[in-house]
Structure formats: C-alpha cells, structure tokens
Write a protein that binds this ligand. Structure first.
Ligand code: A2P
Length: 257
C-alpha cells in the first residue's frame, strides 16, 4: 500500500508574494493529533517531491488545509505555489510531530508561539476543543516582520469567536497577540523580548512567565527556536516529550532552503 494519498485542491489563497495557503480533500482514513505535521508534495518527473507541512485544519474538519512559504527556486514550493483548484497533491499517511498537548504537564496558561509559517500547527490547536478543557487561558502569538504576513488574522479574530462548535470556548479562553517587528502595528517587537520582559503578559492581563503555571509550544525559524529555548530554560522550564511531559515543546517551521 502506498504511504501517500492523492488529494484534490479545493481552494488556494495567496496572502503575499511569499505566502499562500490551500485546502484539499481529506482521505477519511487520514487521522492526526492537532499540532502534528505530515509530508506533502507533488509528483515531479515521475517521483514524489515532498516536504513537511503542519496541518492548519483541525482533526475533526472534513478537509485538509496547509500554509506555505513560496521560495523562488525551492524545488517544491516554486511548483506548489502555482497549484489551482482541481489539481492533485500528495499527502503522507503518517502524521508526526512534537507539538502535542500530551507532551506537556498540566498547567493554567498555554502560550502558542509561532513566527512566519510557524503559525500553521497552532491553527489546528486553537480549533481543538480539548485544548480549552486542559487550559484556563490559551494565548496565540504570531510574530512576523510585516503586517501583510499576519495570515489568518481575520479568521482568528472574527470567524473563530463566532464558530458554531468552539466559538464560546474561544471567546472565553483564547487571547490572540499578533506582533510585527518592522513597521508600526497594534503590537510590536520580537516574541522572545515581549515574553521575557513581561510586556505581552501585562498587555493581556496575565502574570509574568512562571513554570508552575505556564506551558509553551514553539514553532518558527531555527534562530527563534534557539532564543526561545534559552529564554525558557533561564526561567527553569524543561522541554517535554510524550515519553516525559515537560513545560514546553518545540518544532521548527519547515522552511525550504
Ligand atoms: P526581526 O524582524 O527582528 O528579525 P523571519 O521572517 O526572519 O522568520 O522572521 C519572522 C519574525 O521572527 C520576525 O518578526 C523576526 O523579527 C522574528 N525573529 C527572527 N529571529 C528571531 C529570534 N532569534 N528571536 C525572536 N524573534 C525572531
């Protein structure tokens, strides 16, 4: 049996000349935990060309959704960015990943920290009713250089709070904090500095970082991950895994070089 499903593209949305998202059909046998990723791609010269992509869609949704960067000479994304409704994409049948709630010990506040396309796995997490059972407050932080990279902003602040299934949970528990570093915006600054200084928590009426209450999921560029981990470890946080849950978990955003 092939380890890939062939899915059909249902929608494509271009945010900027560097970012786009798309929806596909979903094989009913494809199951995943919110926060996980799988290999996706296209057939190129008779062979599958695949990269890791987090699911933006939650595990109870009928279709799949992915969020992607466009890399000019990237072997996959230079092609994938041209997909049209009706085209085929390959979706790996084996989802994996560390950004799962079972890798964290119980806590009060969950911080979901993503830069760039590192937002993707957290989109499936904030649509997951379970996360609101486990935490009193869920904070979704998206850091980008520019405002037009704040993809999903309208969805998070307008559609999600009115969602039939989880709107009420979102309204009472989700706090959204989009922040931009290279032009003026409602929030400015790097996620690391905003969390370490306590500015972000003060803006949201939350307490400064504290390993007894706070749990953190991190996804973004290698430099961002390194600085976040260093900052959290300075605060006594320990990395978790399913085999040994901890205070934070980390996954790199799979940017094509
Ligand atoms: P900055 O503009 O100050 O570099 P990128 O597109 O390079 O992945 O960046 C996405 C966001 O992540 C930007 O706001 C960027 O801020 C920020 N960023 C980049 N490197 C780090 C880092 N080491 N620690 C915290 N934030 C970072």
């Amino acid at each position: 049996m092939s380890n890939l499903n062939t899915e059909r593209v249902l929608e494509v949305h271009h945010y900027t000349d560097r970012l786009f998202s798309f929806k596909t059909t979903r094989d009913p046998s494809f199951r995943f935990v919110n926060g996980q990723f799988t290999m996706i791609g296209m057939e190129v010269e008779g062979r599958p060309l695949l990269r890791a992509y987090s699911m933006v869609s939650s595990n109870y949704e009928e279709n799949l959704e992915f969020f992607s960067i466009k890399v000019q000479n990237g072997p996959l994304t230079s092609r994938l960015q041209n997909i049209k409704v009706g085209d085929s994409v390959l979706v790996g049948r084996k989802p994996v990943g560390t950004l799962v709630q079972d890798a964290l010990v119980p806590g009060k506040t969950l911080y979901l920290c993503g830069t760039g396309t590192g937002l993707a796995p957290f989109m499936s997490v904030v649509k997951d009713p379970d996360v609101y059972d486990r935490f009193d407050t869920v904070v979704l932080i998206h850091g980008t250089r520019f405002i037009n990279e704040q993809a999903y902003g309208d969805f998070i602040s307008e559609a999600l709070p009115n969602d039939e299934l989880i709107g009420e949970l979102v309204r009472s528990k989700l706090k959204y904090y989009p922040t931009v570093t290279r032009e003026p915006y409602i929030h400015n600054g790097r996620i690391t500095s905003l969390l370490a200084s306590g500015k972000l928590q003060a803006d949201l009426g939350l307490s400064p970082l504290d390993k007894d209450n706070d749990r953190v999921m991190i996804c973004g560029s290698p430099a961002f991950l390194k600085d976040m981990v260093e900052m959290l470890e300075e605060h006594g946080f320990e990395e978790g895994a399913i085999s040994k849950p901890g205070h934070f978990v980390v996954e790199k955003a799979f940017v094509e070089k």
